[in-house]
Design a protein around this ligand. Sequence first.
Ligand SMILES: NC(=O)c1ccc[n+]([C@@H]2O[C@H](COP(=O)([O-])OP(=O)(O)OC[C@H]3O[C@@H](n4cnc5c(N)ncnc54)[C@H](OP(=O)(O)O)[C@@H]3O)[C@@H](O)[C@H]2O)c1
Length: 330
Amino acid sequence: MPFHALLVDNKDGDHSCGIQLVNEDQLPAGNVEVDVHYSSLNYKDGMAVVGEGKIIRGDFPFVPGIDLVGEVTSSGVDWLDPGDFVIQTGYGLGEDYWGGYAQKQRLQAKHLVPLPEGLTPLEAMEIGTAGFTAMLSVLALEDAGVSPEQGEIVVTGATGGVGSMSIAILSELGYDVVASTGSEAEEYLQALGASRIIPRGDLGAGPQRALDTSRWAGAVDTVGGDTLAAIISQIGRRGAVAACGLAGGHQLKTTVYPFILRGVTLAGIDSNTSPQEERRRAWRRLAEDLPKPALERMLAEIIPLDAVYDRSQDILEGSVQGRIVVDLSA
Ligand SMILES: NC(=O)c1ccc[n+]([C@@H]2O[C@H](COP(=O)([O-])OP(=O)(O)OC[C@H]3O[C@@H](n4cnc5c(N)ncnc54)[C@H](OP(=O)(O)O)[C@@H]3O)[C@@H](O)[C@H]2O)c1
C-alpha cells in the first residue's frame, strides 16, 4: 500500500519539497519496518526542508526528519516484535538515510532503542534529539563526578531545545541551575526550574582570563566560542563542562590552566553516534528524570506533515520557542 512522505529533491540544482505517495520498495535497506507515529522538527530539519546548508548527504529525492518513533510491523531481529515501539535519533537518520517524515520507514535494528517504560510515543518525540543530547550532557557531568552539593550549574542557550531540556533535568535532579540567555524568557526558564537567570553577555563578552574566579560546579554549553572559553576558565575544582553545541561559534580559545590546576573535565557530546549502551541508558534516565510538566511546557505545537515546510521557515527565522512534533497519522 502506498503511503505519504515528505520528499525534498534537488533536480538540476533546483530545490523542491512536497508530500508524495511512496511505495515500500522505495524505502532504504534495513531489517526492521515501522509505522512511524511521530517525528519532530529540529533546526537541522528546517534547513533540510527549505534547502539551506548541506544537511542531506544521501541521494535525492530524500525524506528528512532526524527523529522518529514508530511501531514495529516486521522485524528481522529476535529482540523486537511487531507491536513494539522503537525510537531512532541520529546515526544518519534524515541526513544519510531516509528519515521520520514518512508514514512508514525501514530501519536498521542496531540503530534503534526500545521506547522506555514511562514514556509515550508522543513524549519521546517531544524529547527528540534535543532532549537526548541534554541527557547525554547531564550524564557526562555525573560521570565526571559533579554532584548537586558542589555548586551551581550554568546552562547556555537556555531557551533552545537542548538548553531547556537540560535545565528541566538538572533541576529535577536537585542541582541549582543558572540559565544563560539572550532572550526575554524569565518566566519560561523559571518554570522549567532555573533558579537564576544571567544575560548571554555575562559569559565571554569581555576580555578573557586564563583562569577566572570559580563560579560554576559544572556547565552544559550549547553555544561554544568565547562563551565556552569563559565557562572553562570559571569552572571550580574537579568541575566539568559538557560541550554540545556551537550556536555562537565553533572556535575555542583556551589554555591548559583550568585542566591542570583545577582538574576540570571538558566532555564532548556527540548524540549522532552515541553507542547503543549509552543510548539506552540515556533514554531510561529521560523516562525517570525529565519531569512531565516541564515537557508539556516545552511542547510548542503538534503539526501534520503538510505544515512542516511553513514551520521550517519559522524555525530558521528563530520565531519558534519549544519543541515541534510532527504527527504522521494526521
Ligand atoms: N552535540 C550534539 O549531538 C548536538 C545535538 C543537538 C544539537 N546540537 C547543537 O546544540 C546547539 C543547540 O541546539 P538546539 O537544538 O538547542 O538549538 P536551538 O533550539 O536553535 O537553540 C539554540 C539557542 O542558542 C542561543 N543562541 C542562538 N544564537 C546564538 C548566538 N549567536 N550566540 C549565543 N547564543 C545563541 C539561543 O538561546 P537563548 O536566546 O536562550 O540565548 C537559542 O535558543 C546547536 O549548536 C546544535 O547544533 C548538538
